[in-house]
Design a protein around this ligand. Structure first.
Ligand code: ADP
Ligand code: MG
Length: 240
């Protein structure tokens, strides 16, 4: 589903990704952990073409996406992204946040887009909030809305960048539950999170990144309890 081959990313003279290779199978849930500044967000942003790798190749379902000929909008439709700070459209209602891209990008008619959106709002438990603006929603509700919005494009892959780290503790669970539901439905997911419970329960694989590289990867049990690498060990001891 996703193939990342020796990806490098440089900002000015700062090399943020130093040759990352990664393979995500259909239906797999891959959890990425690692210290702040290790390049986790940059890697996700490269997979969604919010950043263009300086070197290396990224394939989504066999299509090389970092290629000048590629239609960026087509790729973004396949790859949904959820951000730490929600990035909702503040001037649009919950329903409009979900219907905007299908109407604008997929040229779906308004009624059809609304029907799909209502189903998705139902799925994330927000149907009764459909006419509210984001400012009226709690953090957990905002993030669930952001998930519904990403799903509206019917992506094949969902990327989550620390989706619960800006939330008050009591709201973390409602967001993780929506994500677990998605995983159980077979969605292919790459999730940057330090939520160990989530990683252990739904993660098929955990990847530890440090300093722009993948240092260690394995099953959640391997990474959390049979850690091999010293840097991984040190990091795990801080989040455990
Ligand atoms: P993480 O998500 O693991 O905390 P990031 O991928 O956000 O790490 O950042 C890795 C490094 O790249 C950091 O040093 C950060 O300051 C730098 N960085 C990220 N985006 C940019 C950018 N657009 N311009 C310059 N430096 C950036
Ligand atoms: Mg980050």
């Amino acid at each position: 589903m996703i193939l990342v081959k020796d990806v490098h990313k440089t900002f000015g003279n700062l090399e943020v990704l130093k040759g990352v290779s990664l393979n995500v199978n259909k239906g797999e849930v891959v959890v990425i952990i690692g210290p702040s500044g290790s390049g986790k967000s940059t890697l996700l942003r490269c997979i969604n073409l919010l950043e263009v790798p300086t070197k290396g190749e990224i394939y989504i379902e066999g299509v090389k996406i970092n290629d000048k000929k590629v239609n960026i909008n087509k790729i973004r439709q396949k790859v949904g992204m959820v951000f730490q700070h929600f990035n909702l459209f503040p001037h649009l209602t919950a329903l409009e946040n979900v219907t905007l891209a299908p109407i604008k990008v997929k040229k779906m008619d308004k009624k059809a887009a609304e029907n799909i959106a209502l189903g998705l709002l139902e799925k994330v438990g927000l149907v009764e909030k459909k006419d509210e603006y984001p400012i009226k929603l709690s953090g957990g509700q905002k993030q669930r809305l952001a998930i519904a919005r990403a799903l509206a494009m019917q992506p094949d892959v969902m990327l989550f960048d620390e989706p619960t780290s800006a939330l008050d503790p009591e709201m973390v669970k409602e967001v993780l539950n929506v994500m677990k539901g998605l995983a159980n439905e077979g969605m292919t997911m790459v999730v940057v999170t330090h939520e160990m419970g989530f990683a252990r329960e739904v993660g098929d694989r955990v990847i530890f990144m440090d300093d722009g590289m993948i240092i260690e990867e394995g099953t959640p049990e391997d990474i959390f309890y049979n850690t091999k690498n010293e840097r991984t060990k040190e990091f795990i001891s801080k989040i455990l």
